[in-house]
Design a protein around this ligand. Structure first.
Ligand code: NAP
Length: 291
């Protein structure tokens, strides 16, 4: 079993990005700038945004967090999005999800200028990605594909089972893996909460992408020998540690790992790859704005 080490892989890519940024600055270019809008006090969202800020600094980007209270109205958030769309110093920005219930997420995402939509959630980017056209690919699917490529995992002709059909993970990764492309050419099955007998599909899978948000859903008896497993799930489980919680993925790692040829850990697998993919998208946005 080989661990798909997202932490080490993302650190390597981040160092390459930092070199590119310094080269841009050397010839008079501006450092890429990423802004994150954080609405409310959700603990996981605060951690994700803090990690994104840290990654920006490590890659030589400038960054900023716009913090808005949970009571922020949709109109006020849309006004902030419009301000960032118009700000020439901002190359890319994200609105950290989830948003408070009274705000319509789709309306906010659709208000983002697609050229600054480095999360790749705007319908224009989603549509272009599905057509295989140049676009910002959303960070988590982009990170998964990059990790498979970095480890030279053959995907062509393989049966990939994606667990979950969300707009931000399940559906885009299923689409990417089915495309006629590098890290593509898979035969893809998507499973969700209405799928009957999920184990029937996972036992036949060469590659499993687990993105459910159900801790340790995928058990050892649900996979075949040699399977490649990518665990996207992150659930905080309360404990008596100093932090007050630990992270658990969607895969029962101790049962599945001995049967797997490759598997991601949680944490240290898909999470860091997601963040470095956001940096790649921001660098791309900055490069196209400066050229
Ligand atoms: P989501 O929007 O809640 O979608 C979950 C999907 O899983 C849905 O399609 C749902 O089916 C399906 N599902 C839930 N319980 C199921 C069950 N018992 N059996 C079969 N299908 C089930 O979640 P998401 O945003 O895609 O995130 C999934 C997980 O990945 C979460 O733990 C999240 O924290 C994590 N995540 C991690 C990263 C990262 O960077 N590592 C990034 C994004 C998300 P229905 O559609 O039928 O409801």
């Amino acid at each position: 079993m080989i661990l798909l080490d997202g932490k080490a892989t993302s650190a390597r890519i981040k160092a390459q990005i930092a070199v590119q940024v310094e080269a841009m600055v050397q010839v008079g270019g501006k450092r890429p700038h990423l802004t994150a809008i954080l609405v409310g006090e959700d603990g996981a969202s605060k951690t994700y945004v803090a990690n994104k800020e840290k990654a920006c600094a490590a890659a030589g980007f400038t960054s900023e967090v716009v913090r808005m209270p949970a009571s922020t109205s949709e109109e006020a958030l849309l006004a902030e999005v419009a301000r960032l769309n118009a700000d020439p110093d901002v190359d890319g920005f994200i609105v950290q999800l989830p948003l408070p219930k009274h705000i319509n997420e789709n309306r906010v995402i659709e208000a983002i200028d697609p050229r600054k939509d480095v999360d790749g959630f705007h319908p224009e980017n989603v549509g272009r990605m599905m057509l295989g056209l140049p676009s910002f690919i959303s960070a988590t699917p982009f990170g998964i594909v990059t990790l498979l490529e970095e480890y030279g995992i053959e995907t062509s002709g393989k049966h990939c089972v994606v667990l979950g059909r969300s707009n931000i993970v399940g559906r885009p990764i299923a689409n990417l893996l089915s495309q006629k492309a590098k890290a593509g050419d898979c035969t893809v099955t998507i499973c969700h909460s209405r799928t009957k007998d999920i184990a029937k599909y996972t036992r036949e899978a060469d590659i499993i992408i687990a993105a459910l948000g159900v801790p340790e859903f995928l058990k050892g008896d649900m996979v075949k020998e040699g399977v490649v497993v990518v665990d996207v799930g992150i659930t905080r489980i309360a404990d008596s540690s100093e932090k007050g919680y630990h992270l658990v993925g969607d895969v029962a790692f101790d049962e599945v790992a001995p049967k797997a040829s490759y598997i991601t850990p949680v944490p240290g697998g898909v999470g860091p790859m997601t963040i470095v993919s956001l940096l790649k998208n921001t660098l791309k946005a900055a490069t196209s704005r400066q050229s």
